[in-house]
Write a new protein. Structure first.
Length: 319
């Protein structure tokens, strides 16, 4: 039985897991959805309510009924023939999405994570509401495009941050720029021009941080690292000054671990990277989850066996 890995070609995190599965003699078929249709083909036929068939590449084939699990790790978009017209390209892209995506999505195997479950969990307002229902402490939060409501929220809560609701970076002049958490200043609140153009997420800033925590949940495993800020910038968003950050292993309170497992069940996830702020009173404030979050930097700094845990899950497959 084979593990299907759907990921972009260059991903050191995937490399490490594939190497670990190789050491265990677990067969792996790694590809990217971008390979279809130029470098990969599909034939699948429906028999008795299940799809049977093959994924084919120049060098290898894999039978769909021979899969034990799928690791859906940030695959990239289909790459279609260049000679298609605009309408042909759009049509072919949608057909590929619903054809290839539809066949794969129905495979009755363990998905880490299923793309539909990832899509559901990507909505931060849904995350925050679910986290609250799972017993987590969640900062006061506002989603709005009304400047006057932003000012009222800031007046009520004091220091307020604005965060991205979706992608954590933008491309401007072909250059990628990160969107870090930003504390709204008095000048920001005086000039909120543009707020009305789209939705914004604002939260009360948890200023009395002892540390932040990145907690990676893999099946039943909870692997946690404390993130200690060493600069003003990293105190607001540790990604903005990672050189000033140190990571150490930290224990997770039983109630927080139970809440994470309940959260994962609510979304049907098997993998998730949770972010918390832990204040000086040892309250764990839920910030967000990334269902395909990076963890290599945590493993490198702390030695937490996250790669082995992912390999364990994929090797075991659907039970």
């Amino acid at each position: 039985m084979t593990v299907l890995v759907l990921s972009e070609d260059c991903d050191p995190t995937v490399d490490a897991v594939v190497d670990e599965l190789g050491r265990r003699d677990v067969p792996v078929f790694r590809c990217d959805t971008a390979w279809f249709p130029l470098r990969m083909s599909l034939d699948a036929e429906l028999f008795d309510g299940r799809w049977s068939g093959w994924l084919h590449t120049e060098h290898r084939d894999v039978a769909l009924p021979g899969l034990r699990s799928v690791w859906y790790r940030r695959p990239t978009a289909f790459v279609l023939p260049e000679d298609l017209s605009g309408p042909e390209h759009r049509h072919a892209m949608w057909e590929a999405k619903f054809g290839v995506g539809g066949v794969l999505a129905d495979l009755p195997v363990l998905w880490v994570n299923h793309p539909s479950r990832e899509a559901d969990s990507s909505y931060k307002p849904v995350q925050l509401a679910t986290a609250s229902r799972c017993g987590f402490t969640v900062p006061s939060t506002l989603v709005t495009n009304r400047p006057e409501v932003v000012r009222r929220f800031a007046a009520k809560h004091g220091r307020v941050v604005v965060k991205s609701l979706g992608y954590s970076s933008v491309f401007e002049d072909s250059v990628g720029k990160a969107l870090y958490t930003h504390v709204l200043s008095a000048d920001d609140l005086a000039d909120l021009a543009g707020v009305q153009t789209t939705a914004h997420l604002l939260q009360r800033f948890v200023a009395d941080k002892a540390f932040e925590a990145r907690v990676t949940v893999v099946g039943g495993c909870v692997l946690a690292a404390a993130v200690h800020a060493g600069s003003d910038a990293s105190h607001v968003d540790w990604r903005s000054d990672f050189a000033a950050v140190t990571l150490t292993v930290v224990d997770v309170p039983d109630s927080v671990a139970a809440g994470m497992h309940q959260f994962m069940r609510a979304f049907g996830l098997w993998f998730g990277a949770f972010d918390f702020v832990v204040d000086t009173a040892d309250v764990w404030w839920f910030l967000e989850i990334n269902s395909a979050g990076q963890y290599g930097f945590v493993e490198d700094a702390t030695g937490l066996p996250i790669t082995a845990a992912v390999a364990d899950l994929l090797e075991k497959g659907q039970q």
